[in-house]
Design a protein around this ligand. Structure first.
Ligand SMILES: [Zn+2]
Length: 170
C-alpha cells in the first residue's frame, strides 16, 4: 500500500509506504487527507490506512523538477513501454529510444524529440525523419507531467488521489 505525500500547499511530494505515512501522522508531521478501506489493528485500536497525507510544514515540490529529466527511464515511463510508431507493447529488454529528428541531423535528447520505439520501427526509421520512413507518431512527444512519470501500479491510485491535489498536471 502506497501513500501519496502532499506538502502544505497540496502539491505532490512523493510516495511512501503506508507505515512511513502512519509515522508522519503519529509524530504530528502530517495529517490524513484520505484513507483506504483497509485497516490495520493495534492491540487496542483499529486504524484505516492513509492513502493521502499532507505535511504540516511547507516543502518545495521537488518531484516535478527531479523527475522531469529526460532520461531513458523517464522516457519509457512517459511512453508506457509502448512503441510510439506501431503501438506494440515492449519490455525493458527489447525497447529502444528513438530520436524523432535523428541525432546525425542535429536532433538532441530533449522531451519533444525522443520516443520509445521497438527494434523493427527503429531499424526501419534509421537516420530518417518519420515522414521519410513512412512512419507516423502515435502522439506528439512532449515534456511529461509528474503523473505521466508514476509507475504503472501507482498510476492506478491516481484517480482516487486527484481530488486532493491542486497542481494536477504540474
Ligand atoms: Zn514499433
Amino acid at each position: 500500500m502506497r501513500t501519496l505525500v502532499l506538502n502544505a500547499a497540496y502539491e505532490p511530494i512523493h510516495l511512501v509506504t503506508w507505515e512511513k505515512a502512519m509515522c508522519l501522522v503519529v509524530t504530528a508531521k502530517a495529517e490524513i487527507v484520505a484513507e483506504y478501506d483497509e485497516v490495520v489493528r493495534s492491540v487496542t485500536q483499529i486504524y484505516k490506512l492513509p492513502s493521502v497525507v499532507r505535511l504540516k510544514r511547507f516543502v518545495r515540490s521537488f518531484r516535478r523538477t527531479m523527475n522531469s529529466r529526460c532520461t531513458r527511464r523517464n522516457i519509457l515511463l512517459r511512453d508506457r513501454l509502448t512503441c510510439q510508431y506501431c503501438g506494440d507493447r515492449m519490455n525493458h529488454q527489447n525497447v529502444t529510444i528513438d530520436h524523432v529528428k535523428p541525432r546525425c541531423r542535429g536532433g538532441t535528447t530533449v522531451w519533444d524529440n525522443v520516443v520509445a520505439a521497438c527494434h523493427s520501427c527503429n531499424r526501419r526509421k534509421a537516420d530518417m525523419t518519420p515522414d521519410e520512413a513512412g512512419l507516423r507518431l502515435m502522439k506528439i512527444p512532449r515534456r511529461p507531467s509528474w503523473i505521466d512519470l508514476l509507475e504503472e501500479s501507482h498510476r492506478e491510485l491516481i484517480n482516487s488521489w486527484l481530488p486532493f491535489i491542486i497542481n494536477k498536471a504540474g
